[in-house]
Design a protein around this ligand. Structure first.
Ligand code: ADP
Ligand code: ASP
Ligand code: MG
Length: 449
């Protein structure tokens, strides 16, 4: 059971979540995000050199202690304070240690601190209700990560070993472990975060590691919806989806799930629920291994902002497979994520994040310039991901979608169709992206056409 930032962001929210946990039958492992706003606060403390770090430390302490004072008293509060001070001493050291600042994983360490305190608060709320619970950091639980700073991947095999040693015995004793989401420990024993919003992914990885019967992602909406409800007012909640549909949407911008949440669950066929901690009785969305044609071609649409198209022109590149391989190899060296590829006889177009453009160009310029005629960059691009199990079998569907794009006045800059059997991806200028999403949603999900 994973609870997001707003679900653990206040005294009321923590009490509500504790009731949900208490009402859930069977053995459970809980994963939490930091209280809402805390990770942003920590990230800005690292990024803004002018911030008074002692003030950061004090604000952080006050925020958590104020909540604790409302929730606990007497002996429980004394016990809480012992664990709190231990974690707080470490927190203060991380923030103030000048040597640590030089470490490439420093920002991971600082931004992972919020989860260490929200997990402690929740464990004590459960104790105050007479339940047995312990707060475990990812270090204590044995959640392992590999990869570059701020974009770790969970080492599922090692994590399975870690949890078997550190968590399974607690479950046998009916103790509810509350584990920090968002990060694992790298091979040097340092915290490595999974990217913003990474507690969903941590929960799925932990579910995989303990062979859970199901994984529940508790958030602040009724489930996975047909579009971002902040963007599309009449978006509807989906009762169920298959793994592929949810995975494509999460990867291409549906913020309700971290982009990599589905894979650890899918690997072990573990059903994943998205549920609302404010309305626990609501059905939510069940994401699992179903397939089959549904009435509606389009089920949900997401968009991924901040992308650029890099087009590399090489005469007859199609006849130069070695050069093509070298281009991809160069970008792989820097672990650049490619969100889309499109080719013609003499061009290859690659869709990458804006922040990766400079690095990509530097790497591409290291290739033999005799072969490469031109490299062109178009920025301000947004990828629209339209998903539905039966979408590509529906004759004329793409034409209808592109008709809607034209109606908005936008043009399609790049297309990927057929690679996935559930998704149609295309790129438009960011200036039109929101309007395109609204129009497509209105035309195909609400069926107002
Ligand atoms: P948490 O803190 O629980 O992880 P997030 O804010 O990360 O919650 O994710 C939940 C939010 O995702 C919702 O409040 C909603 O605004 C947004 N969202 C974006 N796309 C979708 C979608 N397709 N379905 C549901 N919610 C979405
Ligand atoms: N607290 C982290 C973040 O804000 C992780 C998460 O919320 O999932 O990104
Ligand atoms: Mg989230």
């Amino acid at each position: 059971m994973k609870f997001g930032g707003t679900s653990v962001g206040s005294v009321e929210a923590l009490n509500r979540v504790a009731r949900i946990i208490a009402n859930e039958e069977g053995k459970k492992v809980v994963v939490v995000s930091a209280m809402s706003g805390i990770t942003n606060f920590l990230v800005s403390a690292v990024e803004d050199n002018r911030k008074d770090l002692n003030e950061v430390i004090e604000t952080f302490r006050e925020k958590h202690l104020n909540v604790a004072k409302e929730l606990f008293s007497g002996e429980l509060m004394d016990d809480f304070m012992v664990e709190f001070e231990k974690r707080f001493t470490e927190f203060r050291n991380v923030i103030l240690d000048k040597e640590m600042k030089k470490d490439p994983y420093y920002a991971d360490n600082v931004s992972s601190q919020g989860e260490r305190f929200s997990s402690l608060l929740l464990a004590y709320v459960l104790r105050s209700m007479g339940l047995k619970s312990v707060a475990l950091t990812s270090e204590m639980a044995g959640v392992y990560a590999v990869g570059k700073p701020l974009s770790g991947s969970c080492d599922l095999k090692k994590t399975e070993g870690g949890l078997n040693v550190n968590v399974r015995l607690l479950l046998d004793d009916d103790i509810i472990p509350i584990i920090t989401g968002f990060y694992g420990v790298n091979e040097d024993g340092k915290p490595l975060t999974f990217g913003r919003g990474g507690s969903d992914y941590a929960a799925s990885a932990i579910g995989n590691a303990i062979n859970a019967d199901n994984i529940q992602i508790w958030t602040d909406v009724n489930g996975f919806m047909s579009a971002d409800p902040r963007l599309v007012k009449d978006a509807v909640t989906l009762q169920e989806m298959n793994f592929s549909e949810a995975a494509e949407l999460a990867h291409f911008g549906a913020k309700v799930l971290h982009s990599r949440t589905i894979e650890p669950a899918r690997l072990k066929h573990i059903p994943l629920w998205v549920k609302n901690s404010y309305e626990p009785d609501n059905h939510g969305t069940l994401i699992h291994h179903i397939r089959g044609q549904r009435k509606e071609p389009l089920r949900s649409v997401a968009m991924k902002l901040d992308l650029s198209i890099i087009t590399i022109t090489v005469g007859e590149i199609s006849y130069k497979p070695v050069l093509l391989a070298k281009i991809l190899e160069k970008l792989a060296e820097a672990e650049i994520i490619i969100y889309g590829i499109s080719t013609s006889l003499s061009n290859i177009a690659l869709l990458v994040h804006n922040l990766d453009v400079k690095k990509s160009l530097a790497l591409l310029h290291m290739l033999d310039s005799i072969d490469i005629e031109r490299i062109n960059v178009r920025s301000n691009m947004t990828l629209i991901c339209a998903v539905g199990d039966g979408l590509l079998n529906r004759t004329g569907f793409c034409g209808d979608v592109f008709g809607a794009v034209k109606a908005v006045g936008a043009s399609v800059e790049m297309i990927s169709e057929g690679a996935s059997d559930v998704a149609l991806n295309f790129v438009v200028s960011t200036d039109y992206a929101t309007e395109v999403v609204k129009t497509i949603h209105n035309k195909f999900v609400n069926g107002s056409d």
